[in-house]
Design a protein around this ligand. Structure first.
Ligand SMILES: Cc1cc2nc3c(=O)[nH]c(=O)nc-3n(C[C@H](O)[C@H](O)[C@H](O)COP(=O)(O)OP(=O)(O)OC[C@H]3O[C@@H](n4cnc5c(N)ncnc54)[C@H](O)[C@@H]3O)c2cc1C
Length: 382
């Protein structure tokens, strides 16, 4: 038997790809070394920000907008809520050149992208920020961009729903099975796992932080860098209600390098927030999964206390997660540099979840039809 396509790696991007493929053919197989959703890659911990005006580059906007449509379609098909609209508050200095996800001038690009694509938003001065969002400590130099349709997605549910839909469409799934190698044999690819051998016309590698393994024997072996990131849930000391969706939006304080979510874990569940680090790179096998008391204290003193009102120093829980960065913070969606019938997508430089549904569609179109109407030139390897 020869599959039309095999997807290796069933996290955010792979589950989306398998779902999209299975809408067109049931002769597809998804393989993962673990049992997704799991906590060892880049797609866990309850929530991911989604927004439409993309400060990482206006060329991402069509991906975000298409993903919004797909999340909605998946909610209707499954009856599960995947997306919560909270509004998104993005704050920094006017014309700031600070980087977010390796992209300088992120807030300015966000505002320009909103204007270019007609995305509903408000620009807020600091007096309005202080009046509308008393949960934050703003600086006199702050300006705010508020996007009405921003919110958060639930990553684990998105993965589960897409895999369940793919299975319902007839796709085969192999979990807890690791791809060891692949090779071209005539017209098809032979994929060797630790349990079996499969044949396929197209192979799609959506292996997240493990993608470096598949680029090892190519000129791109050092292209991707994996960075350990920590997400923290701090204790709400004040009344819980003002920190919940409906009162508090998702937010990025871009000049202060902190982002987060309203509280969704119930009173006592804490409120999730994080910063980013690009100093120490690692690998998914070597990364330290524990979070130290020193890290927690530093996060509180440097990022929480100066920027928030009513959040205490007790860390209720924390989680380690992996960013896989390209040098310029873009994605890779392309053919493998050596094998023309192998496609790959990188784990998307710390901002990929919101786009993953559309990236799945693109990969499925490329695999089955050899083309897509999305402009993927910014995401080419070469
Ligand atoms: C802390 C943190 C916060 C983030 N916040 C946001 C946010 O707010 N908004 C946003 O849009 N994005 C955000 N992102 C980015 C987003 O979550 C990632 O871009 C996305 O989840 C990456 O998904 P992936 O499918 O590429 O990788 P993964 O979900 O890690 O999936 C890769 C899969 O491949 C499997 N695999 C690997 N090798 C093999 C093999 N040899 N054989 C079989 N299976 C294999 C793995 O087991 C894994 O399941 C964040 C990321 C992190 C880490």
């Amino acid at each position: 038997m020869i599959f039309d396509a095999i997807v290796v790696g069933l996290g955010a991007v792979g589950s989306a790809t398998l779902y999209q493929l299975s809408n067109q053919t049931s002769n597809v197989l998804g393989i993962d070394q673990f049992d997704p959703p799991h906590t060892l890659g880049s797609t866990h911990s309850d929530s991911r920000i989604t927004r439409q005006a993309i400060g990482e580059g206006a060329y991402f906007v069509p991906l975000a907008l298409r993903s919004y449509e797909i999340w909605q379609e998946l909610e209707q098909r499954s009856g599960e809520q995947l997306f919560t609209v909270t509004g998104g508050l993005f704050v920094g200095k006017e014309h700031s050149t600070m980087q977010t996800h390796n992209k300088p001038g992120w807030l300015t690009t966000t505002i320009q992208a909103a204007e270019q694509f007609g995305i509903a938003h408000q620009l807020l001065d600091v007096a309005t920020l202080r009046q509308r969002f008393p949960q934050f400590r703003f600086l006199d130099s702050d300006v705010g961009y508020f996007e009405e349709m921003a919110g958060f997605l639930q990553p684990e549910k998105c993965v589960s729903v897409q895999l369940a839909q793919a299975r319902q469409n007839g796709a085969a799934l192999r979990i807890n099975e690791r791809m060891l190698s692949f090779e071209t044999v005539g017209e098809y690819i032979r994929v060797q796992t630790d349990q079996a051998m499969y044949r396929t016309r197209k192979l799609i590698l959506t292996t997240g932080s493990w993608l470096t393994e598949s680029l090892r024997n190519t000129p791109y072996r050092d292209l991707l860098k994996v960075y350990r990131q920590v997400q923290y849930w701090f204790d709400i000391q004040d009344d819980y209600e003002p920190y919940t969706p409906g009162h508090m939006p998702v937010y990025i304080l871009s000049d202060r390098d902190v982002y987060g979510f309203p509280a969704i874990g119930g009173a006592g569940g804490g409120i999730k927030m994080a910063t980013e680090q690009y100093v120490h790179s690692t690998t998914p096998d070597d990364v330290t999964r524990e979070v130290s008391q020193t890290e927690i204290k530093q996060m509180y003193e440097q990022y929480v206390a100066p920027n928030f009102v009513g959040i205490g120093p007790t860390c209720i829980k924390s989680a380690v997660c992996l960013y896989t960065m390209t040098p310029n913070g873009d994605f890779i969606i392309d053919q493998h540099p050596v094998y023309s019938n192998v496609l790959l997508a990188s784990a998307c430089s710390g901002h990929g979840f919101k786009h993953s549904a559309a990236v799945g569609q693109i990969l499925a179109e490329l695999a089955l039809h050899g083309q897509t109407n999305f402009d993927i030139r910014p995401f080419q390897l070469l």
